[in-house]
Design a protein around this ligand. Sequence first.
Ligand code: FAD
Length: 458
Amino acid sequence: MPDENPGQAIAASLRALRLRLPAGQVHDSGPGYDDGIALWNGAVQRRPGILLSCTSTADVVIGVLTAREFGLPLSVRGRGHDFAGRALVDGGLTLDLRPLHGVRVDPEARIARVGGGASANHLLAAADEHGLVAATGTIGAVGVAGLTLGGGYGPLAGRVGLAADNLLAAELVTADGSVLRTDARHDPEVLWALRGGGGNFGVVTSMTVQLHAVPAVVTGMVLYPWKQAGQVLERVREAQQDCPDGLTIQVGAIPAPDGAPALLVLPTWSGDVATGTDPSGPVMALTRLGDPLLAQLDAVPYAATVAGRDAMFPDGRHVTIRTRSVPELSDQVIGIVDRFGGELPTPMSGISLHHFHGAAARIAPADTAFVLRRPHLMTETIGVWTAEDTGENAHRWADEASAALARHAFPGGYANLLGPDAVDQIPDIYGDNLARLRQIKTAVDPDGIFSGTPLPLA
Ligand SMILES: Cc1cc2nc3c(=O)[nH]c(=O)nc-3n(C[C@H](O)[C@H](O)[C@H](O)COP(=O)(O)OP(=O)(O)OC[C@H]3O[C@@H](n4cnc5c(N)ncnc54)[C@H](O)[C@@H]3O)c2cc1C
């Protein structure tokens, strides 16, 4: 029976969980608790009543059933990179999936079975042992399940699609504590929803993903001084319009070594290395879009380059993010990036534009829950501040940039990066796929227990 008094419900749940699981997995204070509530975004201060460290599917089932029994709100923590902090629920029960980070690779079938709490680094390190790669995001510390459930933009999207497009099967603990195994033949509607519909359908304890043979990628960093940003972005537009599947060109505003803003051009070439390193080829051409401050592009293992970028996004900074998806680097969009990239509110703030094209754009909108299949750029406006600051300037800057981009953007936006305040965008995230997602939600989570990613239900 749900307890009317939240304090009593927590106390009763704690007693029940300590009978059902080893005490070392059930935290309401102490170092294990403090470690579990520390998220990537240091601005998030949420205190679940209980943090349950899950080491198996059975632990997750116990966690879900106990939360239901005592009427506690539930949240799911993967690697803790959601900027809005939805991994944690104040006064509720948080299922910490980080111990479920195992990865098993089948090199012949080119698939991997990945624990629900694994990071991209866990997955890529295991795949790399067999010369294989997986579709991941740009950096390694992000959770594979969180990234994949929302879509998963990444450097290989042009060649192999989004992370969600490479999801083949999943084991899911649903709201009634059932363990559901979904693939193309079993509960295919649920698999469809997991490919972009977010963490709204249950707890993914493991997922099977497609791997690909990519022995090395040609990537690195080309930095241009900000005063050349407009001209360089126009040339990036041309390169993106005529872009082979094997090349994605991410761009962004980041601080140069001297702290001033610089334009980052970050290509990832997953075709043959000789073409990627050919001075007259499409990749090396990106070092000649202006007079670069730095141009370093090399052939490296994909796993190493993704892991190597983690240092650029350390844990604990105070962050807010806005996202808009624009069809291309139009003159107006270039003008907005030029203006707001040149006015970063703090040196750690930035703008990032993820390149969506090729294989990702050839999937039909209704084939997966992830609906926006036209070529586009997913923009992230990232305002960062320190603990001593209020963050007011960073929020204002991010809001103004987002409002300016909105006039040139598709409706909706990327579910994984839309915070609860994005009320103008949330209704349009799933477009024509919304009705089907609502039906699946009603079937597997009729009481709305899982709400980690925005899904408009009314
Ligand atoms: C530095 C940084 C870089 C990023 N780069 C990219 C990028 O290149 N491409 C991109 O597409 N996105 C990117 N993101 C966004 C990222 O994909 C999302 O924030 C994602 O939700 C993070 O997953 P997580 O497990 O780390 O987060 P968490 O905060 O632990 O989880 C967020 C939510 O995801 C859901 N979830 C996570 N794991 C599970 C599970 N096993 N079962 C059910 N639900 C689950 C839950 O609803 C949970 O509340 C980036 C974010 C950051 C902070």
